[in-house]
Design a binder for this molecule. Structure first.
Ligand code: PMV
Length: 367
């Protein structure tokens, strides 16, 4: 039996509920890396195609939400501190997020919030922090809802957290659970929805257990084109329709591969998805390039290495110049050597992050 939740299911209805006076909630939530990419959306933050991602582990955001009842009943009152410093520049994005979720969690207007957040990865590393950041905040708000209404189930909690996170940043909907999350309606997955991400429902082949993702920091500069702008350019894009259809096909193929463990086919889908994402950028109007020369150097080195060693190492890319090197646990030793000896030369200041597949967000008990 499965149930697909609708937008209406996420509206908090218990208006007589007892709201706690004050307290604080902390969540540690991971980043994620898409294997089939989400690129193109429609209002309100709904994906034009389904996507699937590995949940990461070492790249995470730690967020504490302090809440204190306030008389100010209309607006959402909050301060945000990032790595100990008050951050006025982060306020507009979070204010927009709170406004978008207010309909579903109306109790938030009863509080003054203080948000304290930090990332495990360098802020200016070019690693998108919106997925882990927005999912952390969404989970904190859901824990507050759970205090007000303790009867909600774990399944509802996760789905609504993903639903709320999506309204902050699309890919954040995939940062609640692990090891793989599907977001967006797809025929192979009965429970899938455009509204929230679901845990990949089938046991994955052992080849994909403890999969590694070493992130090579090629360029830590500010992106010239934000992902919001990039998504919007898919509206008039000449290849959009084919791209969305291709994502459906690739997710079907990957679904089979994740169960049969075929690493060669995994590589073909994952690398094609990464290059297609960037091909969409290259063919947008206006067009833009987020890869850097060293992104291509790394890709070519990986292809050379594979040609000579028959390794299963492959790459994927986000909307940026950094390269995610994906490889199975059983090849970790030899590929780590290859990375150190041949790839680190292309990283900015030699910087990289050793990450791997993780199991999702965790609430941290406050002392
Ligand atoms: O969540 P957003 O709006 O920052 O979009 C991210 C899109 C990609 O990272 C490029 C692909 C994906 O599916 O994560």
């Amino acid at each position: 039996m499965y149930k697909i939740l609708t937008e209406q299911d996420f509206i908090f209805k218990n208006t007589n509920a007892n709201t706690p006076e004050k307290g604080n909630i902390t969540w540690k939530t991971p980043s994620n890396i898409a294997l089939v990419k989400y690129w193109g959306k429609r209002e309100p933050q709904l994906p034009e195609n389904p996507s699937i991602s590995f949940t990461l582990d070492a790249c995470f955001t730690l967020t504490t939400l302090e809440f204190d009842k306030s008389d100010n009943d209309e607006s959402i009152d909050f301060d945000i501190f990032f790595e100990g410093e008050k951050k006025e520049t982060f306020k507009p994005k979070i204010a927009t997020f709170f406004k978008r979720i207010q309909k579903y969690v109306p109790f938030i207007t009863a509080y003054k919030f203080t948000i304290n957040s930090r990332n495990s990865f360098p802020h200016s590393s070019g690693i998108a922090s919106s997925a882990s950041g927005m999912s952390a905040l969404a989970l904190c708000v859901m824990s507050l809802e759970k205090q007000i209404n303790p009867t909600i189930t774990g399944d509802y909690f996760n789905k609504k957290a993903s639903f709320l996170a999506r309204l902050g940043s699309g890919s954040a909907s995939r940062s609640i659970e692990g090891e793989l999350v599907v977001w967006g309606k797809h025929d192979d997955f009965n429970e899938s929805s455009d509204l929230y991400g679901i845990k990949y429902p089938t046991e994955i082949h052992k080849n994909f257990k403890n999969y590694h993702d070493t992130i090579l920091l090629v360029d830590k500069g500010e992106k010239q084109v934000s992902s919001t702008v990039g998504h919007n350019l898919m509206h008039q894009h000449p290849f959009a329709k084919q791209r969305f259809a291709q994502a459906h096909e690739n997710l079907s193929k990957l679904n089979t591969i994740l169960q049969n463990g075929n690493l060669k086919e995994f590589i073909t889908i994952v690398e094609s998805e990464a290059l297609t994402l960037h091909a969409m950028m290259l063919t947008s109007n206006p067009y833009f390039i987020l890869m850097k020369p060293n992104t291509l150097e790394i890709i070519n080195k990986i292809w050379d290495f594979r040609a000579t060693t028959n390794s299963s190492v492959c790459f994927t890319l986000d909307a940026g110049a950094n390269v995610h090197i994906l490889f199975p646990e059983k090849e970790a030793e030899i590929i780590n050597k290859f990375i150190v000896n041949e790839l680190l030369q292309f990283c900015q200041n030699g910087q990289y992050i050793c990450d791997g597949v993780g199991f999702g967000a965790k609430q941290i008990k406050n002392i």
